[in-house]
Design a protein around this ligand. Sequence first.
Ligand SMILES: Cc1cc2nc3c(=O)[nH]c(=O)nc-3n(C[C@H](O)[C@H](O)[C@H](O)COP(=O)(O)OP(=O)(O)OC[C@H]3O[C@@H](n4cnc5c(N)ncnc54)[C@H](O)[C@@H]3O)c2cc1C
Length: 418
Amino acid sequence: MARASLPVDPPMYDPKSFGLTKKQAQLTAKARKLGAEKFAPRADKWDREAIFPMENYKDLHKAGFLGICVPEKHGGIGADYMTYALTAAEIGRYCGTTSLTWNMHVSSCLWTGDLADDLKMTAAQRKSHNRRRAIHYKRIVEDGAIYAQPFSEGGAAAAGAAPFGTTATKTKGGWLINGKKIFASLAGSADYYGVLCTEKKPNLSRRDTMYVAVPGDAEGVSVVGDWDPLGMRGTVSRNLLFDNVFVPDDAALMPKGVYFLAATRWPHMFLTLTPTYMGIAQAAYDFTVKYLRGEAPNTPPVKRRMYPTKQHAIAEMHMKLEQTKAIWFQAIREAGPNPTKEQILRAYTAQYSAMENANELCRLAIRTCGGQSMLKSLPLERLYRDSRCGSLMLPWTAEICVDRLGREALYNPGESDE
Ligand SMILES: Cc1cc2nc3c(=O)[nH]c(=O)nc-3n(C[C@H](O)[C@H](O)[C@H](O)COP(=O)(O)OP(=O)(O)OC[C@H]3O[C@@H](n4cnc5c(N)ncnc54)[C@H](O)[C@@H]3O)c2cc1C
């Protein structure tokens, strides 16, 4: 049964204190209202039944949020990277599953939009890209089309260490797609899968990575495997098989080679999984404050705030949350092409901090609030399970961030000890 809606919370980043633009203040406020009134009461349903939050996507469409990163001249909201990230964090406070799957969808607009505009293309490539992305944006803005972003394959490709094993073979008027993707969030619910694959040549190369929109109902596409995970259950991240799936030339979401450029020149593109987990971190803290004050919805009005141990715990949580929010804000503010070494190291640190600290804050919240707080009638146990998933997400898992930070802090590009 859906829970009653929550009162709207104060902003995660106060517009005045953090110098948000008018657009950022408006969009984050709208997301918070939508989250509290619509998404929070439904979040338990997607989690319990492990089903995709389609009802929320209808609301996202109605609010114009499916086109948040579609340029204004194509009928979208025209939000930039930072504005999207701040808005997605507010959604993540109320429903992690919706915020995380929304990220997969929005990436299809951010990568083809602002990111692609920052990258080098020939005049011919730019012309055909502009024509093709207009088709893609129209579907989203007018028809409410939903995009998924399957890139994981279970090998080294999703970590950026090998070419994607899913291939595109040139054929008359288009491409034939073959391969398997694992953990494809929105599987079975997306209208299009934004598939990362490699042009089939005798030797596969990461430079030949292609990004193509495959219709969910195309012949040869199938959704396989079970889905009964620990957390983020509403993402329905099942496996996808592509068996000789024909897509026309216009299905290319980026010209060949541009994804490879983006991954090397615009690395903050991989930081967009974090807003969801920033929202969860904030939600765990908010819940704990309300619970200790005896004000959490669906709980008796018992106050626990007078105990020094509770006060120490909330102080520890507050410090961890503020530290994480500060570095994350700085990292999303400086997202852009060709970042400095310092900015890249900060992006890894922000990614690691968001993913690990979201789970740590949930752990502290449960320990501090106690046994009653982790019953399924309250959101904390779901936040705890959902928060565990962030660090596992490629290409910037917590482990990979630590590997890269250590190496890149000590070695400049091209340096070795030979
Ligand atoms: C809720 C959820 C939703 C997801 N949604 C999507 C989605 O929509 N699209 C999508 O493409 N994927 C998605 N993923 C998949 C995710 O990004 C990872 O690909 C997946 O979790 C990898 O699982 P694995 O155990 O097979 O990883 P493995 O490849 O076995 O890696 C296990 C660990 O080893 C380490 N590792 C792996 N490769 C390297 C390397 N080269 N160098 C150093 N360390 C390495 C990493 O720390 C990694 O966590 C989702 C995952 C989750 C949990």
